[in-house]
Design a protein around this ligand. Structure first.
Ligand SMILES: [Fe+2]
Length: 307
């Protein structure tokens, strides 16, 4: 795979790790055709995250490149420090302030991000690498009983990391990618709060396991940035993590291709598990899920007010 040339094109593709990731050279993203973008999308389905070093992409060029893959959205909760463009999400960080938890982008929305395209504007000489994990590899390496259990489950996601826990969505724990038809694990430590069909404590144990599982080194690739590198990843089958180990400025600009509701590998096999009767102190753990589901439960506070 090292340095392979895609037939019929000038693209030179170098695979970076066993599970996912490839560097692509021989193309200027500021000047791509629809046919080039079809070839790039095919590579993305194969490698899950692509890196294009030595690009010169301004804000307009970045947005134009992103629009080849679908409608774009800026970040729903965070504001840009420098650039006023409705379809760009910009993040300037030093001394932390990056997403150093595994996640795929914006999963608290009913239609989470499909594809994210990041332009590295400025990066520290050392630190601030990003890791990606293959959610296909993580799913495929689970034992059959755990695969079967996870396929029958859904999970509640929220925007608590952005200070908005009231923004919630429920997604399948295992989703089928609409193009590749492969199954991918779709819970992440940043935005996923609760398995809907399990009790709060059971959910905690399973989610802790799955969050740790997806970060297994053999499912991952780690990338060291240079200014001018553009990365493009498929949020339907990957998660990523930014290392918060730098002190100098790191500025990224990102566009996000939106529009897809996750397709469950199997329908949920059980009803949501929250206690509706004889609820006690532990029912507070069900409160967020009950609110999302529109369920009304008598709480400990309600009872104490009545006594
Ligand atoms: Fe992210």
């Amino acid at each position: 795979m090292e340095g392979s040339v895609t037939p019929g094109s000038a693209l030179k593709v170098s695979r970076l790790a066993g599970a996912l990731g490839a560097e692509v050279r021989g193309i200027a993203l500021a000047d791509v055709t629809a046919k080039d973008c079809d070839a790039i999308e095919t590579l993305l389905h194969e490698h899950l995250v692509l890196f294009f070093p030595y690009q010169q992409l301004d804000v307009e060029g970045h947005v134009a490149f992103g629009r080849h893959f679908g409608p774009l959205d800026a970040h729903p909760n965070l504001n840009n420090p420098f650039t006023q463009h409705p379809e760009i999400f910009e993040l300037a960080a030093s001394h932390g302030g990056v997403a150093d938890e595994w996640h795929s982008d914006i999963t608290f929305q009913q239609n989470p991000a499909l594809i994210s395209i990041l332009n590295m504007i400025k990066c520290p000489p050392v630190g601030g690498d990003t890791l990606w994990a293959s959610a296909y590899a993580a799913y495929e390496a689970l034992s059959p009983p755990l695969q079967e259990l996870c396929e029958g489950l859904t999970a509640l996601h929220d925007a608590a990391p952005h200070g908005k826990p009231e923004l919630t969505a429920i997604h399948p724990v295992v989703r089928t990618h609409p193009s590749t038809k492969r199954k991918a694990l779709f819970v992440n430590e940043h935005f996923t709060r609760r398995i809907v069909e399990l009790s709060h404590s059971e959910s905690g144990v399973l989610l802790d396991y799955l969050f740790s599982w997806i970060s297994t080194p053999r499912f991952t690739v780690r990338y060291k940035w240079q200014a001018g590198t553009v990365a493009m990843w498929d949020n339907r089958c990957t998660q990523h993590f930014v290392l918060s180990d730098f002190t100098e400025q790191r500025i990224i600009q990102r566009v996000t291709v939106m529009g897809d509701t996750p397709v469950a590998a199997q329908p949920a096999r059980w009803q949501p598990f929250t206690r509706l009767e004889n609820a006690g102190a532990t029912s507070r753990y069900d409160q967020q899920l009950n609110e999302h589901l529109g369920r009304t439960v008598t709480t400990l506070e309600d009872n104490s007010r009545g006594n």
